[in-house]
Design a protein around this ligand. Structure first.
Ligand code: PEP
Length: 250
């Protein structure tokens, strides 16, 4: 059962946006945000971190990156380190999103390294876990999400309570097919129990749900006892929809 911690609604823009579109979106978001009851963040493409950092300055919108290098610094062409993200004001970074696991072959070990790098730089990782449709149909959901969470539960020198966890069933991401509140809560309860076995602060850890969350289904999902927020893809690109989701997170 979650404590009275603030919920977190994080938008994941994925590879969408432009200077003009970002400005319009962030301005509409800030204009519509009246003293939100939850924390709000947007995970933007790396190239736009500086732009969005300036746009959100002084507002309650926090900045997130969508990925981080598993390495600290050096000869890793094309990569961006946690220290660089910190330089541009990133408060959070997504780690192990299913699109990274699927298209970039990120293993649990790599996800753990990235989690460690983020924590070492003072950035809160939002670690994504979730089963594919095939794994769900084979009755493997629990095994898969527990394995993925176990990989980050004992990150050197850090407590798991410094991490945000996002349960994102892969079959629900970008498909319009949302997990039912009961399905999502059942997995969140499994994750909470696993966290409780590892940390006396498990209650403090925010467990987000992600996967086709939208203005119509957010309130029911967010009312579940172990759902402490949302990771929102498509619906975060439309300010009115994202604002309705934020309003549902109390
Ligand atoms: C995501 O990208 O993390 C996500 C949940 O996407 P969508 O909301 O579009 O399913």
């Amino acid at each position: 059962m979650s404590s009275s911690k603030k919920k977190l609604i994080a938008g994941n823009w994925k590879m969408n946006g432009s200077l003009a579109a970002n400005e319009a979106l962030v301005k509409a978001l800030i204009a519509g945000l009246q003293d939100p009851a939850c924390d709000v963040a947007v995970a933007v493409p790396l190239l736009y971190l500086a732009q969005v950092q300036a746009l959100v300055a002084g507002s309650s919108v926090e900045l997130a990156a969508q990925d981080v290098s598993a390495h600290e610094a050096g000869a890793y062409t094309g990569e961006v380190s946690a220290a660089m993200l910190k330089d541009f004001g990133a408060r959070y970074v997504l780690v192990g999103h299913s699109e990274r696991r699927q298209y970039h072959g990120e293993t649990d070990a790599v996800v753990a390294e990235k989690t460690q790098r983020a924590l070492a730089a003072g950035i809160t990782p939002i670690v994504c876990v979730g089963e594919t449709l095939q794994e769900r149909e084979a009755g493997q959901t629990e095994v898969v999400v527990k394995r993925q969470l176990a990989a980050v539960i004992h990150v050197n020198g850090h407590c798991i309570s410094e991490v945000v966890v996002a349960y994102e069933p892969v079959w629900a991401i970008g498909t319009g097919r949302t997990a039912s509140p009961e399905q999502a809560q059942a997995v969140h309860a499994v994750l909470r129990a696993q966290l409780a076995a590892a940390s006396e602060h498990a209650d403090r850890i925010r467990l987000l749900y992600g996967g086709s969350m939208n203005a119509a289904n957010a309130a029911q999902l967010l009312a579940q006892p172990d759902i402490d927020g949302g990771l929102v893809g498509g619906a975060s690109l439309k300010a009115p929809d994202f604002l309705q989701i934020i309003a549902a997170a109390r």
